[in-house]
Ligand binder design. Structure first.
Ligand SMILES: Nc1ncnc2c1ncn2[C@@H]1O[C@H](COP(=O)(O)OP(=O)(O)OP(=O)(O)O)[C@@H](O)[C@H]1O
Length: 316
């Protein structure tokens, strides 16, 4: 199915590309993602069919879990790629569905039509957001292999986190998000800073000593929460996690860390560290949320490790 490798370097984490011929695509579309950008998807499909002669089938989701089931139900070889049209939540579901095929040694490539609020994975891969650009990337068939990771069996491609960011993801008002987009996360962060229970977490990285921290982010990609950078060395294509440790507790330190992330100053904090890892375990208040790619992916305690397979993704 995949042709021989040719190396090119593109956006962060995008190297070691191969190419495949694209003739048939299944598009899994979340019609409510990103405030209903259906017109963009129609434009992409029209270009794929008319300009590139590609056969496209669009399957719309009816609710949570559909994107994952649709992707899992695909017969490897029946389509050249499965395209996730939605936000990072929809893409994550599709990746979880495609995981079954990749783990069985029959990987089905992933394509992306970014239609969400933040589109972090698309930014990491350098996938454009305009219809012309998206169609061009999907039709070109250039693939890069990403190394996802798993949190208690749930796959994530970009990051998993415990602490303030997981609570924000868990509690964000989804109706407000539909109305004002990213601002809903700012509102929820302020709420959590005001209410915040000062939980502590115990982290063990690659079987090393246990460290006590206020928050953890285990990153596969270098972008975080949009275009912020907590782990400059993280690469989707590396079989490695970069784990950020935020040791100090209390509201003042939480605010300091939020400022550090948003102002790009984290690297200047003497108490903040990034540790390369293949696996980690986080313990803390049982049932505390673990966010993965911007949705609640697991509950504490959590074991996070690299997946034992790679996923080909259509990139620019
Ligand atoms: N037809 C549907 N109706 C309602 N919710 C749906 C439907 N299909 C999927 N969902 C759910 O919508 C949620 C949000 O989807 P997604 O993350 O793709 O979009 P978003 O929230 O707009 O973008 P982002 O993740 O970038 O913020 C997902 O948790 C998904 O399970």
């Amino acid at each position: 199915m995949l042709d021989s490798p040719s190396r090119t370097d593109g956006a962060a984490g995008v190297a070691d590309q191969t190419a495949t011929a694209i003739r048939r695509l299944l598009v899994i579309h979340n019609p409510v993602a990103g405030g209903r950008k259906a017109r963009r998807l129609r434009a992409v499909v029209q270009r794929l069919e008319e300009r590139h002669g590609i056969q496209v089938r669009v399957q719309a989701t009816g609710g949570r879990g559909d994107a994952e089931s649709f992707a899992r139900a695909v017969v490897p070889g029946a389509v050249d790629a499965v395209v996730a049209a939605g936000g990072d939540g929809t893409i994550n579901e599709v990746i979880n569905g495609l995981a079954a095929h990749a783990a069985a040694g029959l990987p089905v490539p992933l394509g992306i039509v970014p239609m969400g609020t933040a589109n972090v994975l698309a930014a990491e891969l350098g996938v454009p957001t305009d219809a012309d650009g998206v169609a061009r990337v999907l039709a070109a068939g250039r693939l890069t292999r990403i190394h996802p990771a798993v949190a208690n069996g749930r796959v994530f491609s970009m990051m998993a986190g415990v602490g303030l960011d997981a609570r924000v993801v868990e509690c964000v008002d989804t109706r407000l998000k539909r109305r004002i987009g990213k601002g809903a996360y700012v509102v929820e962060t302020l709420k959590q800073l005001a209410l915040r229970p000062d939980h502590r977490y115990r982290v063990r990285i690659d079987g090393g000593p246990v460290e006590e921290v206020a928050a953890v982010i285990a990153a596969k990609g270098h972008f975080y929460g949009g275009r912020f950078v907590c782990t400059p060395d993280a690469r989707l294509t590396d079989p490695l996690l970069q784990v950020c440790l935020f040791p100090r507790g209390g509201r003042w330190n939480a605010l300091r860390y939020v400022w550090g992330v948003t102002a790009g100053r984290l690297h200047r904090f003497p108490d903040y560290r990034v540790v390369p890892a293949r696996a980690l375990r986080i313990e803390g208040p049982e049932g505390d949320a673990v966010q993965g790619d911007g949705d609640v992916a697991a509950r504490l305690p959590v074991d996070i490790a690299l997946a034992g397979w790679t996923l080909p993704v259509l990139v620019g």
